[in-house]
Write a protein that binds this ligand. Structure first.
Ligand SMILES: [Zn+2]
Length: 300
């Protein structure tokens, strides 16, 4: 399975093929000089795509040095434990707010329970399984750290808003910002979709994050779902995010209950049907409405 896109760095975007869709959920392979980094891992069920990509680039699992899941959602971090098993020289950089959910057996169980509750038992198998990882093979990230890479440095930037356990990876020299879910879903040739799920969507935090990300002035924004776009995407996304939250706020103010709000939003944002089948689209709109809805409840 060849890389979908080559990025400056160089780096390569690969498709996990996860969630029964091609061109939806990716991971990035960054070959350095003596380093090989992986940004986002996909879920554990598609980890063979990562091993294939490593081989295709002429490396072996022993060469992997750094695993950089941008946040602990399983489409980004779910294969971290499998990669650590097979890549003896790798360490995983995980946000300090999420690290216990990947290392503490009890919290790993809780994470899986909450994923199943959020996505429903029908979709749950697509998220794979999770085994606790050895904390000694992790590095806790608060934002502000760097990763030595290819004779230069990757900068890790705290990026809450979508989730409090998210960081972004900035390759300053190549001017590529790996955003995880901090700038929506923008699959090739398809409409921009939101990434505002429960339980921890936070618009205020997200605004600050976008301020910081825009200040980096990246030439390229690398989206795990699933594209490489130019830096102007950050401003476009910001506008769409504000409009999405405003629309939900408005429908609530008009007295529409949650289910009715979801129905209306599905009609208004039906461009999402170009990306998903109807059941998946309904699930996405419901989940992304729920995140905003709960946040608005908290705002009072
Ligand atoms: Zn996410």
């Amino acid at each position: 399975m060849p890389a979908e896109r080559k990025l400056p760095g160089p780096a390569y975007l690969y498709d996990t093929g996860g969630f029964s869709m091609e061109g939806y959920c990716g991971f990035f392979l960054l070959p350095g000089e003596d380093e090989l980094a992986i940004v986002d891992t996909g879920p554990s069920v598609t980890v063979d795509r990562v091993f294939d990509a490593i081989e295709e680039q002429g490396f072996s699992p022993e060469d992997v040095t750094d695993i950089l899941p941008t946040h602990i959602h399983l489409d980004h971090a779910g294969a971290t434990w499998r990669l650590l098993e097979e890549c003896p020289n790798a360490r995983a950089h995980i946000h300090e707010n999420g690290i216990a959910f990947l290392t503490d057996p009890e919290l790993v169980g809780k994470l899986m329970t909450s994923v199943e509750a959020a996505v429903g038992s029908e979709r749950f198998p697509q998220y794979g399984t999770l085994q606790p990882i050895d904390v000694d093979r992790t590095r806790s990230i608060a934002g502000g750290e760097t990763v030595a890479f290819g004779g230069r440095e990757l900068e890790l930037v705290d990026a809450p808003g979508h989730a409090p356990h998210q960081y972004n990876v900035f390759d300053l020299e190549a001017s590529v910002l790996y955003v995880g879910d901090a700038a929506g879903i923008r699959c090739e040739g398809r409409p921009l979709l939101m990434t505002t799920p429960p339980p921890a969507f936070d618009l205020e935090a997200w605004r600050d994050t976008l301020d910081e990300l825009e200040a980096l002035e990246p030439d390229h924004v690398a989206l795990t779902h699933f594209n490489v776009v130019d830096g102007a995407h950050l401003a476009t996304f910001r506008g769409d995010l504000e409009a999405w939250v405003d629309r939900i706020r408005e429908l609530r103010a008009e007295g529409h209950p949650f289910d009715e709000t979801v129905q209306r939003l599905m009609k208004e944002y039906d461009a999402g049907l170009e990306v998903y089948d109807e059941a998946t689209f309904r699930h996405e709109v419901r989940m992304n409405t729920r995140g905003v809805w709960d946040w608005l409840d908290e705002q009072g």
